[in-house]
Design a protein around this ligand. Sequence first.
Ligand SMILES: Nc1ncnc2c1ncn2[C@@H]1O[C@H](COP(=O)(O)OP(=O)(O)OP(=O)(O)O)[C@@H](O)[C@H]1O
Length: 301
Amino acid sequence: MTILATEGLSRRFPRVTALDRLTVTVGPGVTGLVGANGAGKSTLIKILLGLLEPSEGAAQVLGMDVTAQGAEIRRVVGYMPEHDCLPPDLSATEFTVHLARMSGLPRTAARERAADVLRHVGLYEERYRAMGGYSTGMKQRVKLAQALVHDPKLVFLDEPTNGLDPQGRDEMLALIRRIGTEFGISVLVTSHLLGELERICDHVIVIDGGTLLRSSAISEFTQTTRTVTVEVEEGRDVLAAHLAGLGETVTAAGRTLLVEVRAPETYDTVRDAVCDLDLSLIRMEQGRQRIEDVFREPADV
Ligand SMILES: Nc1ncnc2c1ncn2[C@@H]1O[C@H](COP(=O)(O)OP(=O)(O)OP(=O)(O)O)[C@@H](O)[C@H]1O
């Protein structure tokens, strides 16, 4: 099933080509859209919402054409914009109820629905306070709540972890994952931080300078590599020297060692070496390629 698709999609501004013949297809679930600042992520989202005209090419969202059916698309798609857009004198409740009413919900249903989504995003008593006094984390939560209030089938979240501290970031990522799994809403989420999307997405699209670098299932990004990560409590250097003496290729990486897996016996060699040296093994883990590595590989799309 296709949630959205673009075909040769370009958008030129007077001084810059923000999107350059982008062809990509997105299925259900949580999809990450990754790219550095200026890669074209927000431009793509605005085109998909029918808020910005493409210069060339075509795109469909939930089977609807973005140039002809923008209003219909916005009826069933939620949007969390990147930048702060909250009226400071309103409370989260007033704001979210207002947007629910604008989406066509009757007064009582709008109030109930707003209370529900504000609870889901983790805003409790604070929801009655003016938003001007909110922390960045609380503002991000209100922006997320208003994107969900009209019960969309799909949400576009533009840099939802921007400005959050590590704990706020983790909570936001967990919330986004729940939207995709428990609520069954498909999600397109952007970030310039590759590692964080790795944790919550089923599929990742990487763009750079408005062009597609790669689009694959997360499992393909993080496929196993031919190294094993070994961590011992103490004696990392002794173990490294011992393994090197046995002909293994070993690199130190922080507190761990990366051992090249030449043959299945490498695992036995590592285990035996740890035993022989009487070290405490914390973990032995198959190495996995990380999303970051995409940028170090030649593009294969
Ligand atoms: N309205 C506009 N007029 C002129 N240039 C624009 C406009 N909107 C975006 N751009 C340019 O298009 C390019 C892509 O911008 P876009 O906002 O889509 O990137 P992004 O990947 O979302 O990055 P960021 O996270 O920094 O917003 C940038 O070079 C930006 O300066």
